[in-house]
Design a protein around this ligand. Structure first.
Ligand code: CDP
Ligand code: CDP
Length: 213
């Protein structure tokens, strides 16, 4: 069976948490596509003098392997900022396209989360979700995750980081962050993780049952 769940939305909205949970529920494979951009961004930043070289970033994207996605520092703010810079480069996006499309149509079902899954990577996805939450909620949640490793980090710093990434991601010319016309909006501001996962699961179940009719 081929079945794709596309999850998009702004930073720290709950995309990955929901994606992992529904993948577990249905036995689908899960890909956090943000990790691809984070790995390219961090490697390109480390190889630079502070200003990322687009040609180098493209080469890193072309040569990216699964091992590159296992770095523990990919979750941090430095990797996130670098990711959103290389993500604005069309050649970097093009280099990562095939891998994501193949993953989406693999046998057994797949869940992908990111910014352009329902619009560019997999416009034919069986289920599309646009997950969001208020800026303050997203900043508080991301701060709770990151402050254990970095106690000096403030909620204000996290909020500023999310805002600048969301702005860059929404305003870029190539594959900007936007809700696909046929994506279901899921605002998790007032939702627990369990409640958000239950809504996503119900949507997928309804779509699977519709396919059996
Ligand atoms: O993948 P994305 O950046 O959109 O967000 P995430 O990493 O899944 O979620 C960010 C944080 O919010 C995590 O610590 C989740 O546990 C938390 N979260 C939450 O508190 N309530 C939700 N309904 C969804 C996520
Ligand atoms: O977890 P969070 O939502 O904070 O970020 P992420 O999903 O790991 O993505 C990091 C950055 O990669 C984003 O700010 C985007 O610039 C970029 N990205 C993208 O352009 N397209 C995707 N499909 C996924 C991520």
């Amino acid at each position: 069976m081929r079945f794709t769940v596309a999850i998009d939305g702004p930073a720290a909205a709950g995309k990955g948490t929901i994606g992992r949970a529904v993948a577990r529920e249905y036995g689908f494979a899960h890909l956090d596509t943000g990790l691809l951009y984070r790995a390219v961004g961090l490697a390109a930043l480390e190889a630079s003098d502070g200003v990322i070289d687009p040609v180098l970033a493209e080469r890193i994207a072309t040569e990216l392997t699964e091992d590159d996605l296992a770095r523990p520092d990919l979750r941090g703010s430095r990797a996130a900022r670098a990711a959103s810079k290389v993500a604005a480069l069309p050649r970097v996006r093009a280099a990562l396209l095939d891998f994501q499309r193949r993953f989406a149509r693999r046998e057994g079902g797949a869940v992908l989360d990111g910014r352009d899954i329902g619009t560019v990577i997999c416009p034919e996805a069986e289920v599309k979700l646009f997950v969001t939450a208020s800026e303050e909620t997203r900043a508080a949640r991301r701060h709770a995750e990151l402050s254990a490793a970095d106690p000096a980090l403030t909620v204000g710093q996290v909020l500023a980081d999310l805002r600048s990434r969301d702005a860059r991601d929404s305003q870029r010319a190539d594959a900007p962050l936007r809700r696909a016309d046929d994506a279901v909006l899921l605002d998790t501001t007032e939702l627990s993780i369990d409640a958000a996962v239950a809504e996503a699961t119900a949507l997928i179940r309804a779509r699977i049952e519709q396919g059996r009719d």
